[in-house]
Design a protein around this ligand. Structure first.
Ligand code: CP
Length: 307
């Protein structure tokens, strides 16, 4: 159709399971497009619905996919664990076929099963991993990268410190992949129970002490303590975690003056970070959420265009 608005991004595949499904060029072009959409450029318009299939709780990601879909002219179909036919034994594959029959043209899926999306056969619509257990949360990394770029920072050469519950964090894994792909150096700090030996090299990162990391980092990503994934006593107490590993107001004062703070949310105030940190001028926390809408719109636009 002459003059029809098209996504400038071409992706090689129509399923985003991990950040490693993207190459650096695709990632950069998605971020350029995400910035355009963030700044108010019109998005391509589609017919049909975005399906959000969320078998774990969510405030940011589910609403963000729905809002991004709205920008692309899409309706919304919603499925949660409670109240859906998963309780009657329906598989994820059959649920996705059902949603496609109901008008879904793309689906975002959150599941506690690591790798669930990678193992699914083709269901006839593009799929986006909206978080699979501890494994990956690629659209969170897209949002975080755009938030840093919009703050006027280069990713290339930036030192990103990720602090806290690395073991259970899909955000840490996706961020390590995405920031490293664009040339950042990745540093990890956390209690040994939540950052066991071998994990840092597996993520292409270097282990540092919290004090060294805070002193040197350009970007500090604080992770949520994922108590819902902790089957045994990883920590003596939440109070001790805050004392040893929390980004307290006092520790905030030890950052470089131009360092930026990220947190994927939801935050456990007074545990992994203090409330003052959330509202500090160096915090990108709310900007990350806004960037999530633009990046999910950029991603879905490109995936739907490829169909
Ligand atoms: N960051 C994130 O995934 O938040 P929600 O669990 O609220 O979607």
């Amino acid at each position: 159709m002459p003059g029809r608005l098209k996504s400038p991004v071409r992706l090689r595949q129509d399923r985003l399971v991990t950040m490693r499904d993207l190459d650096a060029g695709e990632l950069d072009r998605l971020l350029v497009r995400g910035r355009e959409l963030f700044e108010g450029q019109p998005a391509e318009q589609f017919q049909g619905a975005v399906a959000t299939v969320f078998y774990e709780n969510s405030t940011r990601t589910r609403n963000s996919f729905q809002e991004a879909g709205r920008r692309l002219g899409l309706d919304t179909l919603q499925v949660g664990r409670e109240g859906s036919s998963i309780q009657k034994g329906e598989t994820l594959e059959d649920t996705l076929h059902t949603l496609r029959a109901l008008g879904a043209v793309i689906a975002a899926v959150r599941t506690p099963e690591p790798g669930a999306l990678a193992e699914l056969p083709d269901v006839g619509i593009p799929l986006v991993n909206a978080g699979d257990g501890w494994r990956q949360h690629p659209t969170q990394a897209l949002a975080d990268l755009l938030a840093v770029r919009l703050a006027g920072r280069e990713i290339q050469g930036a030192r990103l410190l990720i602090v806290g519950d690395i073991l259970h964090s899909r955000v840490a894994r996706s961020a390590a992949d995405g920031f490293a792909m664009l040339g950042a150096e990745i540093y990890l700090a956390g209690p040994p129970t939540l950052l066991p030996p071998g994990l840092a090299p597996a993520l292409g990162a270097r282990l540092v002490t919290l004090e060294d990391g805070l002193r040197e980092a350009d970007l500090v990503m604080v992770l949520r303590l994922q108590q819902e994934r902790m089957e045994r006593g990883y920590l003596p107490s939440l109070g001790e975690y805050r004392r040893e590993w929390g980004l307290t107001a006092e520790r905030l004062g030890r950052l470089r003056p131009d360092a930026l703070v990220l947190h994927p949310g939801p935050q456990n105030r007074g545990v992994e970070l203090d409330a003052e940190v959330i509202y500090d001028p160096r915090s990108l926390i709310h900007r990350q959420i806004a960037c999530g809408v633009a990046m999910r719109a950029a991603l879905m636009e490109a995936m739907l265009d490829a169909r």
